[in-house]
Structure formats: C-alpha cells, structure tokens
Design a protein around this ligand. Sequence first.
Ligand code: CP
Length: 315
Amino acid sequence: MLTTLRHKHLLGIADLSPDEIVLVLDTAEAMKEVGQRTIKKVPTLRGRTVINLFFEPSTRTRTSFEIAEKRLSADTLNVAIASSSVVKGETLVDTAMNLEAMAPSMIVLRHASSGACHLLSRICKASIVNAGDGMHEHPTQALLDAFTIRERKGRLGGLKVAIVGDLLHSRVLRSNVLLLTKLGADVWVCAPATLIPPGLKQMGVTVTTRVDEAVAGADVIMMLRIQLERMQGAFFPSQREYFSTFGMTEARVARAKPDVIIMHPGPINRGVEIASEVADGPHSVILDQVANGVAVRMAVLYLLAGEPQNNAAAD
Ligand code: CP
C-alpha cells in the first residue's frame, strides 16, 4: 500500500498517480477527524516553517492553508505582498531566494503566472505547494473537490460530473479534469464557444455548448466562476444573457439526478453563473468544500513533509 508521495513538491495533479490521489484523500479523512476534536492540534509539523506567499487575492485557499499549518503545529507566516519589497520591483525569484535563505520547509505559492511554481521548484530547497498558478493548475482545490464528492457519493469512478462556466481562464477546471479522468469519472464540460480552450477533448472529456445536455442525469454539477478580471475582450454579450443561457437555475438542476450535488470553488458571482436559490439550496455542498479544504491541505502538507528518503524522487 502506498504511504508516501513520490515528489517533494505539489505542482499539479498532472504529477500525481491515481494511487497518490487516493492516498491524499484517505489521509485527509484522518485529518478531518483532528478538526472535529476539542483541541484541534497535532504535533506533526512541529519545528517546521511554512511560508504562505500569495501574489493574488485569496480568501479560502490562504486561510485554509494557514489553519491547516497551525493544526499541524508548523511555524507559519504570511508574506503580505502589498507591504513587501515586491512593490519596489523585487522579482519572484529574488523574493523566493531571500525567503529561502531563512530556511523554510515549505513555500505555499499563489501567482498570476502559469509555471511560477515550477520555476521556484527548480531553485528552492523548500517544498513548493501550488496554491494556484495563472491559468495552469490549482491542485489542492481539485483534491478538496474530489474529497467532497467521495464523501457524498462514496466513489468517483463512473459518476457523471458536469463542469459549467468559464473554462478558458480556469486553473480549477484543468486540475479537476486531470483528477476526475484519472479516477474514472465521466466528465462533461460546458461553456459558450468563446470560453472553451483548445485541447479539452484530448483530455478525455465531452465538450458541449448546451447546458441542458451537460447536466442531464448528472451526479455532480460543478460551476466555475466567470473570471471577469482575466477577460480583456467581450466573451459574451452581457452578464444577464450569460445567466439566461448558462446560469445554474433550479429548473436546470431538475434535469440532473435527484441526489445531484452542486459545487463551486468560490468566490461566487451570484446571478451570473449561479442563482442564489441553487448556491444556498438543498443540493449545494459549497461550504462543505470550504470545510474540507482544511483537512485536504493538512494531508498534503503532512505527506510532503515525509521523511527525506521517501522524497528521493524530488523534481
Ligand atoms: N477557490 C479558491 O481558490 O478561492 P480563493 O481565491 O478565495 O482562495
């Protein structure tokens, strides 16, 4: 039975085998139990320093990494980019090299550039954990999504998962497609043609522009945020028209399985990609996803901090 990860860093789901994904999910179950205790703390990362380096805004990911680190007894600190020397023009590499000089065990990085985490993994001794890099990957989001699906459905293999929204700009989409196809889910993706990136079909998913077709008989509907901040041009006529054609309404949810779960990584654009009645309704597991993020990130940090000899395949 697998007990460790092969790599020293978590850069993306692309680097994880199906067995490694299951190991993270199983480990997260034990970590979730820690979060249900009165004293929510174990000594696993005592004496290790973890730096959270977020160059983009975050509520859920940054907070849950920090809570996860504290529950594992790590010495954790957040670099406030707005009051760091980044504003004086210091580069990502120089920032990382200077933080590295203070000997952290891990750096959790969110950055607007795809590949920023790969870059740091080549120059840092610390383990690099990808907390979202550009439009590339958001691996811990996909892992917490998988954990939430497995918790509700008991499995991932064979489930119909419909992912609807801004596919073009979404790192969450990419990580989820990689993970869900590795574990045997039947993945459908849906967006206006202008928001469908090339190469999706080759990743083993069914692509459609018809939302009713995507959600028909679905076990899971995962909505993606319209990322207005990454859009330079007009990808659809108006937010009102987007909602009318692609927005998740109660009427559309009724086309899925009766026990469908509704997911969204957040933050939500209410009335744009999802109606409030759906986001807050009986099928929604959106806040379960947030809660599970802590346990999954504890599992990732714990597994990456394994004994050095277990991480010999570090890339
Ligand atoms: N899902 C997610 O990454 O949310 P934040 O941007 O708030 O971290």
